[in-house]
Design a protein around this ligand. Structure first.
Ligand code: PRX
Length: 648
């Protein structure tokens, strides 16, 4: 427990938590006072319906207020005299590539981008797609959109051209902001080539993209090697750098959309999770302050890319709304060797490190000497996000990474929640390794059984949330019906998280993983249906069924059963496996690479034709001894066939 912490005891947490539920208006209203409002909120403070029995789902916070997130995250600090404070220490992929950007410089950068966007006709409510590496221009581009009321849609610059095209066609941006290339590890990846492919695909479908702005990232690729289409492409340095450094902010209604971010669901194409202004601001800023117990002299490093929600809430918005100094890193923690992360900790005197269990596990594998050769004395707090942290990884992170000095905040949340939901507070919560512990202020979780009944006390079941919180997603872009169906229809009156959990006798929550058809690969969500759809694109694939299996580094891996078109022998030529894997990488991106392709002359199906995934999961986990009841299978012999083809 830490005496100087914002929340320094369990009693203080309990008291504030109670207050946050008993009187949300007083609790969040008090927090809201520390931000700038162009127009204050009115009554009611929060106008929400979380219960489909009572009508359509609607979520509105700080009704009637007007604000601007960019103003609050940047200008407010400059105006308060903190313009010279470092906002970003940027570290490139290669050693000795670094730079420093102050809050005043961020303001200049943001205004230039915003002025350019305005000059090409981007208006309040227009969409802007951002496909960029982790360079300061990426969060600056997001903030520039927020400044003028444009809705950003950041696509992780590791997604394929097909995935990017799908997201572009869904959000119909006025412009794409990209960079020539990115370097993560030894080899540069030409982002511009991927964007060109995506643009061509969009045009084939009748969607013209008026503008593509290319940041010349010469550290990753020489300008002369970058494909460039005159008439469509412009260089960032040519059009944005000369812009003026003043740009008025657009005052935004509390509920106007701020951004959409695509994430995988259990069915169909990725969903555009849409967040709004004022509530998201309160949620991301308040959790950042309390969960990381933010102090003005902190140097904070979140290893997530801005292409994920963690990068939105805990790189761009949460930290900057608090005027924090942070490190952003273009590379990967294992390049040029597994000591890189700890090298950065010493180089920048990082105090708070926030990363994912998958990264921790990949570092464990390389051995402790990569860690212990660095001092790491500056660290005071460690964070974990994205998937349940296994006890071995927790112990190593605590004992080796943090020298047994630093508490670990294991933060459970989602793209949809926008902010930490279940998490320790470092000065107040007694930790239990592997548990995300207790709900954050204003968050009221519950555990339901199969029948949707709420369980009391110690319990295991589905994790749901009983009431709205400020930064809850507001809708799925363009599809409110799917939003209601996915999250609110199954258990009326609750937000359904898609996660299973256990609550212990002390009220601590232990997340047990997804209960839907979503695989959590290295902390990233991949829908089984998406991978199956990608495999189906190959002419040899007649049918595919994808399930998760336990993976030492990634947490969960992707296991694909593939039935081939008539005429193929089992097992087929090895080259087909490579082609199928390549197809998934092309359609979705390298993160969705199947770990195993298991040839399947037949899939276990019920008589009505439904694939029995339970059986496939058992086979993938090598637990065929406990297959359970197979009597409902249309053809029980397929199981034997599958087992014979394991490893072939
Ligand atoms: O299954 C949970 C898991 O990640 C899912 C959310 O994924 P995404 O929207 O991509 O956001 C990831 C970053 C917030 C959840 O439904 N998850 C996330 N954090 C944890 C976790 N599972 C267990 N413990 C966590 N700390």
């Amino acid at each position: 427990m830490s005496k100087g912490a914002h929340i320094s005891s369990r009693e203080q947490y309990d008291k504030l938590y109670r207050q946050s539920l008993d009187d949300p208006e007083a609790f969040w209203g008090d927090i809201a006072e520390s931000f700038h409002w162009h127009k204050r909120w009115e009554k009611p403070f929060c106008r929400c319906n979380f219960d489909m029995n009572k009508g359509p789902i609607s979520i509105e916070w700080l009704v009637g207020a007007q604000t601007n997130l960019c103003y609050n995250a940047v200008d407010r600090h400059v105006e308060a005299g903190h313009g010279d404070r470092v906002a970003f220490y940027w570290e490139g992929n290669d050693l000795n590539q670094d730079s420093k950007v102050t809050y005043r410089q961020v303001q200049d950068m943001v205004c230039k981008i915003a002025n350019y966007l305005k000059s090409i006709g981007v208006k309040k409510g227009d969409d802007v797609t951002i496909y960029m590496p982790m360079i300061p221009e990426l969060p600056a581009a997001m903030l520039a959109c927020a400044r003028i009321g444009a809705v950003h849609s950041v696509v992780f610059a590791g997604f394929s051209a097909d995935s990017l095209a799908g997201r572009i066609m869904d959000s119909r941006p006025h412009v794409i902001l990209t960079a020539s290339a990115v370097k993560r590890g030894a080899k540069p990846i030409s982002l511009k080539t991927i964007v060109d492919d995506a643009v061509t695909k969009c045009e084939e479908e009748g969607h013209k993209i008026p503008f593509v702005v290319v940041f010349d990232h010469s550290l990753a690729q020489k300008r002369s090697e970058v494909p460039f289409t005159s008439g469509q492409d412009v260089w960032w340095q040519d059009v944005i750098d000369p812009q003026p450094i003043e740009c008025d902010v657009e005052w935004m209604d509390a509920e106007a959309p701020l951004f959409k971010l695509y994430t995988s669901g259990s069915t169909g194409k990725p969903k555009g999770v849409q967040h709004s202004q004022a509530g998201y601001m309160l949620g991301s800023a308040t959790t950042f302050k309390y969960v990381f117990d933010h102090r003005p002299d902190d140097v904070y490093w979140c290893t997530a890319d801005c292409g994920w929600i963690t990068g939105h809430s805990y790189v761009t918005y949460g930290p900057m709304l608090n005027g924090a100094t942070q490190v952003i890193f273009e590379g990967i923690p294992t390049y040029p060797d597994a000591g890189r992360a700890w090298d950065l900790v010493d180089k920048y005197k990082i105090t708070v490190l926030y990363t994912a269990p998958t990264a921790i596990r990949s570092l464990i594998q390389k051995g402790d000497s990569f860690v212990t050769k660095y001092s790491r004395k500056s660290l005071r707090l460690l964070g974990s996000v994205g998937e349940p942290i296994n006890p071995e990884a927790w112990k190593w992170y605590y004992e080796v990474g943090g020298d047994k000095r630093c508490p670990i905040v294991d933060t459970w949340w989602q793209t949809e929640t926008g902010m930490h939901m279940i998490t320790p507070l470092p000065g107040a919560t007694t930790l239990k390794p592997g548990s995300a512990t207790l709900p954050f202020f204003g968050v009221e979780p519950a555990v339901l059984n199969d029948q949707g009944q709420e369980l009391e006390g110690e319990a295991e079941g589905y994790l749901v949330i009983k009431r709205p919180w400020p930064s809850c997603m507001r809708t799925l872009a363009g599809d409110h019906e799917r939003f209601e169906k996915t999250y609110f229809e199954i258990y009326k009156g609750y937000y359904f998280t898609g996660d299973g959990c256990r609550r212990d006798k002390d009220g601590y929550y232990w997340l047990t993983g997804r209960v839907d058809d979503v695989i959590n690969v290295s902390g990233h969500r991949i829908g089984t249906a998406e991978v199956e759809g990608a495999l189906d694109n190959h002419p040899a694939c007649a049918e595919a069924a994808v399930v998760p299996f336990a993976h030492d580094i990634k947490g969960q891996g992707i296991y694909a059963f593939v039935t081939l078109m008539d005429g193929y022998d089992y097992p087929p030529d090895e080259s087909l496996r490579k082609e199928l894997v390549a197809m998934v990488r092309k359609v979705i991106g390298p993160i969705a690479t199947p770990d195993v392709i298991h040839w399947a002359p037949g899939l276990p199906k019920t008589r009505s034709g439904k694939i029995m995934r339970r059986i496939l999961r058992k086979i993938a986990s090598k637990e065929e001894d406990s297959l359970g009841d197979t009597s409902t299978l249309a053809d029980p012999s397929v199981v034997e066939q599958l087992l014979n083809l394991r490893g072939k």
